[in-house]
Design a protein around this ligand. Structure first.
Ligand code: ADP
Length: 551
């Protein structure tokens, strides 16, 4: 028997129309560095999204599912592009402005982007690439920057504001199949070439509802979210869509991502929530210690992208900024798990432990663990295996390119269609995920596994350590052993013997797991989305560039 319910497509257009109408007075505030921030209501942004769609269709001739790329910071114009492009049926391709040039060229060509909307401040990045981007016909420039950098480029150049001016303020949005592509994002390539993930209208819609659930970020129109996670990093974790659904105000940092301006905008704009990867928060913490500010408005901080060190969570708790840890990937939209402790643990000794896990799976994300021999492992909180997931906002393939079938590499997708995450961990009986490591970062020492993350967290809880990354290096006897690379606080005199003793102290780390190879570095190399780049450390070690002491 078929249901008797209406079959209304779940589209980004619906989110736009709803947000602009029902939450029209909610605000997008964009930091400008000096003077008043730019303030724009959802109603105004919604109207401007309509005008942008007209400009793209009528002036630039964008039709069908053509790709329109953005090379932009987090700001109101980027939010307008987020809604205009999918709503008119085209596909938004957010470009990661921190990718190396050759990877940017690769992904623009692979996606066959026809238009690039770029912030003026990023023209020095885009202009030299244009000769290598044959599919790009139009460049639309928004915000301050030196336009002359585009002189002589074989593209048509437009001003964002001029394109919008005088355009109609209503649009007869097309009927879109909810399974159509709405947006695409390439993985940041931490573990290989960037791979294109294509989100559907439906996956974005359902994911936005999940983000808004009380058990997830649970924000409302009384909140203001400081969206530090870039809009090119998995759709800023779904926040621009989720905010339009619920009227949550957005505070956008634009290009002012250093700790000092972030602290300043928290103090003056008083957001209640913020989202970013741990490295951003480590920086903010140091800034707040050096120069205390009133950050009392900020009571919820979503941290994900890499494991949140316990020391960071504790330090934030002390400042009244409660961390909520979450796990996800480009392939999972990204919300996969979020660490809200279960009711029975709240207020008990167990609570902190639950908050440190990667979190609990929501109803729409199914999970299973696969052991080294392909066997299914129980959810007992002890059996560790590779995490596989499936659900309506989980990728089932990568974009193959125009006219090419989607790609389903066997190391990323199981035969029965689950995503193999490459993350290794355990799941407790009540559905909490604890990741021990990435499969590629685990240190395989004499048939046993050592978690690089456990070693890093223990090291970073030492008062003299700013950052620490641990990588596997070849060892004649054991196959692999850990190499500890440590960034010390200025003026610290800690030596390797004492750091090693600190790790062994109180059984923090089992003796056989203690690193014997140590080196001091100035900073941990980071990927384009601010994660520890262990590929670089492994290469530096292999090429003898690190000054390693063996204890
Ligand atoms: P890339 O894979 O290119 O780094 P993603 O942003 O998609 O780009 O990264 C997803 C990966 O980040 C996950 O597979 C996982 O290894 C790591 N990750 C994300 N969140 C967490 C977390 N809370 N704890 C530990 N690892 C995390």
């Amino acid at each position: 028997m078929l249901s008797t319910m209406q079959d209304v497509p779940l589209t980004v257009t619906r989110i736009l129309v709803h947000g602009a109408l029902v939450h029209g007075s909610s605000q997008i505030t964009t930091w400008t560095g000096e003077g008043e921030p730019q303030r724009r209501s959802f109603r105004e942004a919604g109207t401007r999204a309509v005008q942008l769609a007209h400009a793209l269709r009528d002036d630039l001739g964008v039709t069908g599912d053509e790709r329109v790329a953005t090379l932009m910071w987090n700001n109101a114009e980027h939010v307008e592009a987020y809604f205009a492009i999918p709503s008119m049926g085209a596909v938004l391709h957010t470009l990661n402005l921190r990718l190396p040039a050759e990877q940017l060229v690769f992904i623009v060509n692979h996606a066959a982007d026809r238009v690039v909307i770029v912030n003026g401040s990023l023209l020095p990045l885009l202009a030299p690439l244009l000769p290598h981007l044959p599919t790009v016909e139009h460049v639309v420039v928004s915000g301050p920057g030196d336009r002359s950098l585009l002189d002589g480029a074989a593209v048509r150049v437009h001003e964002y504001e001029e394109l919008l001016a005088g355009k109609p303020t209503t649009y007869d949005w097309p009927e879109i199949d909810e399974r159509q592509a709405a947006a695409m994002c390439y993985t940041s390539g931490t573990t290989g070439d960037p791979k294109g993930v294509v989100y559907s209208h439906r996956s974005i819609y359902l994911h936005s509802m999940q983000v808004n659930m009380a058990q997830s970020m649970g924000l409302t129109d009384r909140d203001t979210s400081l969206v530090v996670v870039p809009q090119f990093h998995v759709n800023a974790w779904g926040l621009p869509h989720a905010t339009f659904m619920s009227g949550i105000n957005m505070l956008m940092p634009d290009r002012f991502l250093q700790a000092a301006p972030l602290a300043e905008m928290i103090e003056s704009e008083r957001p209640t929530h913020a989202a970013a990867v741990p490295t951003i928060w480590q920086g903010l913490l140091a800034e707040l210690h050096a120069k205390p500010r009133d950050v009392s408005s900020l009571t919820q901080v979503t941290i994900g992208g890499s494991a949140c060190p316990p020391s960071l969570m504790t330090a934030f708790d002390e400042l009244g900024m409660r961390v909520c840890h979450a796990w996800g990937m480009t392939e999972t939209s990204p919300l996969g798990t979020i660490a809200r402790p279960p009711a029975h643990a709240v207020g008990t000794d167990e609570e902190f432990g639950y908050r440190l896990t990667q979190g609990r799976f929501p109803a729409s994300v199914e999970a299973r663990l696969t052991g080294p021999g392909g066997e299914r492992l129980p959810w007992d909180g002890e059996s560790a295996g590779e995490l596989e997931v499936r659900g309506p906002w989980i990728a089932g393939a990568y974009y193959g390119g125009q006219g090419v079938e989607p790609l389903r590499p066997a190391d990323k997708f199981s035969e029965d269609g689950w995503l193999k995450t490459g993350d290794v961990g355990t799941i407790s009986a009540d559905g909490f995920l604890t990741l021990t490591d990435r499969a590629k970062d685990v240190i395989k020492s004499g048939g046993e596994w050592i978690s690089s993350v456990d070693l890093e967290n223990a090291l970073m809880s030492h008062p003299d350590v700013t950052e620490a990354a641990v990588v596997a290096v070849p060892d004649e006897k054991w196959g692999e052993r850990p190499l500890a690379t440590v960034v010390l606080k200025a003026g610290s005199a800690a030596d390797f013997e004492s750091l090693r003793a600190f790790l062994a102290d109180e059984g923090k780390i089992a003796r056989w797991q203690l690193p014997e190879r140590w080196t001091i570095i100035e900073s941990v190399p980071k990927t384009s989305v601010g994660k520890f780049d262990k590929k670089v450390l492994r290469r530096q070690y292999a090429e003898g560039e690190l000054d390693v002491t063996k204890l």
